[in-house]
Design a protein around this ligand. Structure first.
Ligand code: GLC
Length: 420
């Protein structure tokens, strides 16, 4: 179920389907303790004590243009910033809350700065917004504290309106925190949050808006978290993931276990192969800077995309088998074999039905020799012995039609060198 839209889904979601790669940014007061964005709840920090962090939050080195540069350098096409997380602290100006970066020590509207810089860099704008706000007893025990629950709901509706009104064109509304621990019996989450009405309001204010599935309504996007799992064809989806361990999205001061560039690129390819996007997260420091270890990885990914981006942006599903070598993506009559495990001078893939015109290696631009056996084995040869790319090398294959696989009607036929 999705709320009513004025543009066709195809038109509205076109840029998103082509984008494939976005930057997620978790940043707020929780960066100060440096133990992740759940610190308030995990350590049961009382509301008044947690609020003191706002008096310390004064990110002297915050520079939205520098963030936008990191995103653009990584080849990312859109970004999603936590305008407010579960702690309720807003990085934007709000008439219905004093717990904002504008009304406390920093006295800055970071959302406005983010929007301006990213828009200027040609990167689409996404707003993460947490429906829930831990500070309200009515969130935890809605039936015991009905007035508080009502107040929280009123604030969220007003803030979604503010975010959809005060910052120009917004491309993605990325809800989170739609779960309710003690949901009153007989109520759905969508009813609790009044999502149908609020989302309809958001769409009216922003007709191009893409909304994710975390407000109790499916809307436009599935959002697998910390794993890359494709939705069925035709459905928009985006995998969000941290660079570090999966336990936290905000700044974690000591988090030594970071994914390698190779792992991150493989995830991007897995997403692209399933026609989905990869939303990769950074958790900037309290001063507003992004860590070198995160930036290095993003820069390396951008470098890789410069050479191999045609296999990723606007990619389509490809029915060909990659065996243990890697994964195929496609675009029309072109197939891209994204090689995760370089096989050496020859790469063989089975059951290719479509005739191949030519092939080349994107890393070197060199032609690859092609032989097609009658049983569908496609032999790509004349390849370098060692991997031409330390992460993923891509072999671009030009087919005569849309790449298709042979059906194995007789499962034993291959033993005799036949396909069926
Ligand atoms: C979870 C977490 C949250 C994080 C989000 C990102 O829902 O509660 O901290 O922002 O996932 O997808």
């Amino acid at each position: 179920m999705a709320t009513k839209k004025t543009l066709s889904d195809v038109e509205r979601l076109k840029w998103f389907h082509e984008a494939r790669f976005g930057l997620f940014i978790h940043w707020g007061l929780y960066a100060i303790p440096g133990r992740g964005e759940w610190v308030m709840f995990q350590e049961r920090i009382p509301k008044a004590e947690y609020a003191k962090l706002a008096g310390k939050f004064n990110p002297g080195k915050f520079d939205a243009t520098a963030w936008a540069k990191v995103a653009a350098g990584a080849g990312m096409k859109y970004a999603v910033l936590t305008t407010r997380h579960h702690d309720g602290f807003c990085l934007f100006d709000s008439k219905v809350s004093d717990f904002t970066s504008v009304k406390t020590r920093a006295k800055r509207d970071f959302v406005a700065e983010y929007v301006k810089a990213f828009r200027k860099a040609g990167i689409k704008i996404g707003f993460y917004y947490s429906l829930l706000d831990w500070r309200y007893p009515g969130y935890w025990m809605p039936e015991k504290h009905p007035d508080s629950a009502k107040e929280m709901a009123g604030q969220y509706e007003a803030q979604v309106r503010e975010l959809m009104t005060n910052y120009g064109k917004i491309d993605v509304l990325w809800y989170d925190g739609g779960w309710v621990p003690n949901l009153p019996e007989g109520k759905t989450l969508a009813q609790f949050w009044n999502s149908k009405k609020v989302n309809a309001m958001a769409r009216e204010l922003q007709p191009h808006l893409i909304i994710n599935n975390r407000s109790g309504i499916d809307e436009d996007l599935d959002t697998p978290e910390q794993h890359v799992t494709a939705s069925k064809p035709g459905r928009g989806w985006e995998s969000c993931m941290t660079i570090g361990d999966s336990c936290g999205w905000g700044y974690i001061r000591n988090n030594p276990n970071m994914k390698t560039t190779t792992q991150l690129l493989q995830n991007l390819v897995i997403a692209a192969a399933g026609e989905g996007n990869y939303l990769l997260n950074v958790g900037p420091r309290p001063d507003g800077t992004i860590r070198g270890r995160e930036k290095d990885r993003l820069r390396a990914m951008g470098k890789w995309l410069k050479v191999n981006g045609e296999a990723i942006y606007g990619s389509q599903r490809c029915p060909l088998h990659g065996g243990m070598i890697g994964l195929w993506t496609a675009k029309g009559n072109t197939g891209y074999l994204n090689v995760f495990r370089w096989p050496g001078e020859e790469a063989v893939v089975p059951l290719v039905k479509t005739k191949v015109k030519s092939a080349k290696l994107l890393a070197t631009g060199k032609k690859v020799k092609v032989k097609q056996e009658h049983n569908g084995r496609l032999v790509l040869s004349g390849l370098p012995k060692s991997p031409p790319d330390p992460d993923i090398a891509v072999i671009k294959v030009q087919f005569e039609g849309k790449p298709a696989s042979m059906a194995e009607t007789d499962a034993a036929a291959w033993l005799e060198g036949k396909a069926k």
